[in-house]
Structures are given as structure tokens and as C-alpha cells.
Write a protein that binds this ligand. Structure first.
Ligand code: KG4
Ligand code: ZN
Length: 337
């Protein structure tokens, strides 16, 4: 038996979880700051790190209480090292190092995206070779894993991440931050009536969302200038259909090009109901298995960090106390065994 305490504070969620054997959640506590940042239309880094400091001790206490466990019974402490906001990452890092030193437990550094991928372990055992479609507020990538804890980024976004595009389009439509879930909800009552241009990238596996975002902004300003009636539901739906089709197109290219046994979704945008539906439709009848993480661990949480940390624990990938938070940590380079 192995019990890992996971700590995640890379953006605006202060999260601590206790996970047994990599896939059994004993507790998963998240203190979200979304309501605070909503007022500013985005995350204010200075405020985020201050609130992490205020909340982290209470989140730790609650995570241990809910799991009905003491620090002595924990086998190791896994913490998000990056990528993320430097001030926010530091808070989780200091908490992890303090616990590691005080209780003499191994310290494990986890890449935030590795965590998102390992969230799938709560549903299915990962099978390799694996292809992960990573879609979050900061990342849009295809990651290829030929075995556990070996990450190869085979494509990435040339500009905006898909979550960022969702949030920017939502802002222009007057929706609160983060806008992704609002677009998801509105699009259900909309029709795909606006043709938005397909995305072209030099490397066909790569993504790009800034052009699509600009096309939506131009469409809205044209509709307003020419005083045409429009429904924001139709704009949300047209944007979403184009954006998601671009994701599926690249997954299709990748599974036809690489040997893949398992396809997984990862990251906050994996909570999108239409993406979940489209991926299921696309994968139906294919030989590769599809796993979609449960909604409760699509957006940032610490259970996923503990699950990835468990794999690092099995491989004895422990860190020293000079471990530093890295805002632009590289998953391919910094996670080779
Ligand atoms: O993974 P995450 O929690 O944080 C990062 O690591 O970036 O992802 C946050 C992103 C935000 O852009 C948010 O708008 C988006 O995930 N998101 C969604 C949905 N739920 C969250 N986007 C589309 N549809 C959703 N249902
Ligand atoms: Zn995330």
C-alpha cells in the first residue's frame, strides 16, 4: 500500500488530496478563488498567491481529516513544480518542502500536465502506447507516451491555448470568467450558422487558436456594425464546433501516424460536454480505447498530482530540497526517467 499527499497551487485553485495506490481518492479538497478573480475578468497573480497562503493550511487540515489519516501514515509528498504562476507555485512548494522535512517523507516534483493525464487513472488503468489530447487554459498539445511517465510532446499550439480562446470569446460575449463552461452551456441552445475559417498550421499536427478567436471577434463587430440581430448562443455554438473539430482533426492525424492503444483527454477543457460527446462519436468502433476523466478531476485538483506522483514514487524519482518552482517547466525534457 502507498499513500501519497498531492499539493496543487499552480493557478487559482489551492488543492490538497490524499490518494491510495495511485487511483483511490481518500480526499480531494479544492479551495477555488474563481469568485475573486471573476471580478477582474482573469486571474491576478499577486492576489492568487496571497489567497493560496491564506488557505493552504486549512486545505491541508481538511484533506487529512477527510481521509482520516495522519501525516505519519503518508508515504510521500507530491507537488506541482510547474508550469504555472511563479508566486502561486511557490506556496505549494514551500508547503510540500516543510511537510517533507518535518515528517521525513520523500518529496516528488510533478509536472502539472502529467497530473492532468494521470487523472484518467481514476477511471481506467492507462495502456501504452498512449495519446493524450491535452486541452487546458494554458496548454493545447498532443502528448505521446510509450510507457508510464515518459512524455513526448508531438504537437502544441503556436499561439493561444484552446481554454484561453474559450475565455476570450466568452469575455467579448459579456460572460463571466472563466468563460469555457458558459460557452459550453449556451452552445447547447445555439445553431452552427456562422462559417468560421479552418485553422492552418505549418506542421499539420500543431494547433493555433488566435486566428479563430480573431474571426469570432470580427464576426461580432460586423454583426453589431451592420445592426443585425444575432443570438450569442449561435456564436458560442459556431465557435465551439470549429474549435473542437480542429482538435478531433489532429487526434485523427496522430492515431493514423503513431501506434496508439489508448487515447485520453486531459485538462480543464476536457470538462466540455460537446468535446466529450464528439470524442466518443469519433472513437466509436475504433480499436483504440478512449478514456475521459470524470468531471470532478478535469479542472485543477491535487488528486491528479498525487496519482502522477505515485508513478514517480514507484520509479524513486525523488527531489532534493533545492527543488525550485518552474513557471515554464518542460514535460518532455524535465520528466525523462
Ligand atoms: O486545466 P485548467 O483547470 O487550468 C489550467 O491548467 O489551465 O483549465 C482551465 C480552462 C479554462 O480556460 C476554462 O474556461 C476551461 O478550462 N474550461 C472549459 C470548461 N470547463 C473549464 N472550457 C470549455 N468547456 C467547459 N465545460
Ligand atoms: Zn490545469
Amino acid at each position: 500500500m502507498c499513500i501519497i499527499l498531492g499539493i496543487e497551487s499552480s493557478c487559482d485553485e489551492t488543492a490538497i488530496a490524499v490518494v491510495k495506490n495511485g487511483n483511490q481518492i481518500l480526499s480531494n479538497i479544492i479551495a477555488s478563488q474563481a469568485k475573486v478573480h471573476e471580478k477582474y475578468g482573469g486571474v491576478i497573480p499577486e492576489i492568487a498567491s496571497r489567497i493560496h497562503i491564506e488557505n493552504i493550511s486549512m486545505v491541508l487540515k481538511e484533506a487529512l481529516q477527510t481521509a482520516n489519516i495522519t501525516m505519519e501514515e503518508i508515504d510521500a509528498i507530491a507537488v506541482t513544480q510547474g508550469p504555472g504562476l511563479i508566486g502561486s507555485l511557490h506556496v505549494g512548494m514551500i508547503c510540500a518542502k516543510t511537510l517533507s522535512m518535518s515528517y521525513n517523507k520523500p518529496l516528488i516534483a510533478v509536472h502539472h500536465i502529467a497530473g492532468h493525464i494521470y487523472a484518467n487513472e481514476f477511471v481506467d488503468e492507462l495502456k501504452f502506447p498512449l495519446l493524450a489530447l491535452v486541452v487546458s487554459g494554458g496548454h493545447t498539445e498532443l502528448i505521446y507516451m510509450k510507457e508510464h511517465y515518459h512524455f513526448e510532446v508531438i504537437s502544441q499550439t503556436q499561439d493561444d491555448a484552446i481554454g484561453e480562446a474559450y475565455d476570450k470569446v466568452a469575455k467579448v460575449l459579456g460572460l463571466p470568467y472563466p468563460g469555457g463552461p458558459h460557452i459550453d452551456r449556451l452552445a447547447k441552445n445555439g445553431d452552427n450558422i456562422y462559417t468560421l475559417p479552418a485553422i492552418k498550421t505549418e506542421n499539420p499536427f500543431d494547433f493555433s487558436f488566435s486566428g479563430l478567436k480573431s474571426s469570432v471577434l470580427q464576426l461580432i463587430s460586423r454583426l453589431q456594425r451592420t445592426q443585425q440581430q444575432y443570438r450569442i448562443e449561435d456564436i458560442a455554438c459556431s465557435f465551439q464546433e470549429r474549435a473542437l473539430d480542429e482538435l478531433i482533426k489532429r487526434v485523427d492525424l496522430a492515431i493514423n501516424h503513431y501506434e496508439v492503444s489508448h487515447v485520453v483527454l486531459a485538462g480543464g477543457v476536457a470538462a466540455n460536454s460537446r468535446l466529450r460527446e464528439k470524442m466518443e462519436q469519433y472513437m466509436a468502433g475504433k480499436s483504440q480505447k478512449l478514456t475521459i476523466p470524470p468531471l470532478y478531476c478535469c479542472t485543477d485538483n491535487a488528486a491528479m498530482i498525487a496519482s502522477a506522483g505515485y508513478q514517480a514514487y514507484l520509479r524513486k524519482l525523488f527531489s532534493k530540497y533545492d527543488l525550485a518552482a518552474k513557471p515554464s517547466l518542460n514535460i518532455s525534457k524535465d520528466n525523462k526517467i
